[in-house]
Design a protein around this ligand. Structure first.
Ligand code: F3S
Length: 78
């Protein structure tokens, strides 16, 4: 799946949602999140984000890897 990283926080441009063919990008309080099971990995959102917040999860390194779990956790029940 693709994930959204810290660059989205308090920016929330939202243009990524218009690029997603399966509507798997959801708005949260301070950032948007990609549903890891709904994402079809088309990559349309990755290049459209003006702050470069979106990446394929397997290409994310370092501290940004925390956002793999952060995106996933949003869609999991308690
Ligand atoms: Fe955030 Fe970029 Fe989308 S700032 S809402 S990931 S276009």
């Amino acid at each position: 799946a693709l994930i959204i990283k810290s660059e989205c926080i308090d920016v929330k441009d939202g243009i990524c949602t218009t690029s997603c063919p399966v509507d798997c990008i959801y708005e949260g309080e301070r950032m948007f999140y990609i549903h890891p099971e709904e994402c079809i990995e088309c990559g349309m959102c990755e290049s459209i984000c003006p702050v470069d917040a979106i990446r394929y999860d397997d290409e994310v390194t370092g501290a940004d890897r925390a956002f793999i779990e952060i995106n996933k956790d949003v869609f999991q029940g308690p």
